[in-house]
Design a protein around this ligand. Sequence first.
Ligand code: PEP
Ligand code: MN
Length: 340
Amino acid sequence: MIVVLKPNLPLEEVEKVIAEVAKLGYEPRPIHGKVQTVIAAIGDENTHHSLETLSSWPQVEHVHRVQKRYKLVSREAKKGKDSIVKVHGQKIGTGQKLSFMAGPCSVESEEQIMATAKAVKAQGATFLRGGAFKPRTSPYEFQGLAKEGLKLLALASKEYDLGIVTEVLSERDVDLVAEYADILQIGARNAQNFSLITEAARSGKPILLKRGMNMRIEEWLLAAEYVLANGNPNVLLCERGIRTFETYTRNTLDLSAVAIVKRESHLPIIIDPSQGAGRADLVIELCKAAVALNADGLLIEVHPHPAEAWSDGQQQVDLDLYAKLVEELKPFISAVGRPS
Ligand code: PEP
Ligand code: MN
C-alpha cells in the first residue's frame, strides 16, 4: 500500500501515521519529499489488515493499493499458465479447440430441443445450451420448464452426446440442476449473488460465470474468485454485453474483455454474442471478432424457429444461419492457430 500524506504536515503527525501503519502489521518506509511525505507500507495486502481505513485520517490525502484484489484467478497464481477446463470429454481454454455451446435461449419442448441438438451436433458443437430456469424481467413472461426442461436437456444430451450448459437461478435448485448439467451457468443477473455462486461452486461442477450487465471486469474476476476460493478451479468467464447508452444493440458486447481477461487471468473466456447484441443479424460478425481475439468458446442462441421462440426470439439464429456461421468461422479459427 502507498499512503500519501497531506502537504506540510508537522513531523509528529507524520510519526502518528507511521506508527499506525506498523500497528496494522505493515513495515512502514517513509519517503520525505519537500512538501509531502509518502509512506510505502510493505506487506501482503490480501492477508494483512487493510490500510484503506487510513484514508479517513485527517493527516492522509489518499491510500493506494498496490496488489490486485483477486488472487486465485490472477494470471500470476498459475505462474503464467492457462487453466484448461475439462468437461464432458472436452478441453476448454487457450490452445484448445474452440468450444461451441449452442442451443435455444429456453428449452420449450422435446421437438424443439431435439431438432436444435441434432442440427448443432451436425455442425460440430460439443455443448448444448438451453435455459430450464429463466431469469425474466417480467413475472408474466415464460419462466422456463424447470425440472421438465432439465429432463429434455438430458434426453438430447444422451441422444446426441452433447454436454449440457444450463442456468441455475437459485441456491434452492443447485442440487437439482447439478444432477443434469455438465456446466452450471450463473446468469448476468446473479453474477454478484455470492451465496448462489458459493453454493454452485461447492457442487463441484464447472461454472460458466456471466458478466453482470453493470459489472466492471475487476468485480467479475472477484466473483470468479469466490468459486476458486470455495475449492472449485473450473470457471469459464462469459462476456455477454454490458448496458450502455447505445440503443442499436440490446447490450454492448465488450470484446476488449477477452484481451483483458487473457492478460489478467488464467481462466478461459467464452463470448455470448446473442445476449451481447440482442440481434441475430450481428451474431456471425461478433463471433468472428471473438475468435480473432482468441476467445476460447462461443455461447450462441440457436432456435429452429426464432420467430416462435418463447424468449429472446430476436437474437436467436435459425439452423441455416447457424450452419453458415460455423462455415464462415473456419478461416478465423485456423488464423488464430486453434485446432479444428
Ligand atoms: C441466457 O443465456 O439466456 C441468459 C439469460 O443470459 P444472461 O444471464 O447473460 O442474460
Ligand atoms: Mn437468452
